[in-house]
Each structure stands twice: as C-alpha cells, then as structure tokens.
Design a protein around this ligand. Structure first.
Ligand code: FES
Length: 97
C-alpha cells in the first residue's frame, strides 16, 4: 500500500497502485478542486511535497499547462493526470485550490 497524505485537508489514505488522484480525492472527501479533468484548465495543480517518484511520469499536457502558468518546479503536477504507480511508499500533496 501507498500512504497518501493530503496536507490541506489533513487526510491520510492508503491506496493501491493504479489509483488516480481524481478517485483518491473523491473517495477521501478531500477539498482538492478539479475543473476540466483532462489536463487543460490547471485548476488541479498541486505540489508533490514527497513521493513524486511514486507517480506516473509527467505527460505532455501537464508540461504544456505548467509552462503556460510559468511554473518551473518539477514537483508541480496536475492532479487530474496523476496516478499512483508504486505499490509501497509515502506521498504528500499540497494543493492550491
Ligand atoms: S482539472 Fe483541469 S487540468 Fe486538472
């Protein structure tokens, strides 16, 4: 299991590999905001405080959206595009909306 700490909501959830953050947010009741859910609007931007290496690799849509925002922090991701890939470890997320 991977432990995900959703910092803004002070929530800790255990998830298995393959879980998307859309699903994690919905099931945990986290206040993380989503808009388009397809990587276009950047509403779901968040900082991966810990465990970025446990997620899927950043995709082209995310790179485009983050560049458009002027973001140059490799730990910023769009949560609607993120999936837990590892089967063990700890992830900590801090979101902006
Ligand atoms: S919800 Fe629009 S980019 Fe993630």
């Amino acid at each position: 299991m991977v432990t995900v700490f959703l910092k803004n909501d002070n929530l800790k959830v255990n998830v298995s590999a393959g879980k998307s953050f859309r699903e994690i947010a919905r099931k945990s009741g986290a206040s993380m905001e989503f808009g388009c859910r397809v990587g276009d609007c950047s509403t779901c931007v968040a900082k991966i405080v810990k465990g970025n290496n446990l997620l899927n690799k950043i995709n082209d849509k995310e790179i485009l959206a983050l560049n458009a925002m002027g973001a140059n922090d490799e730990n910023l991701r769009l949560m609607c595009q993120c999936v837990v890939e590892a089967s063990e470890g700890e992830i900590e997320i801090s979101y902006f909306f």
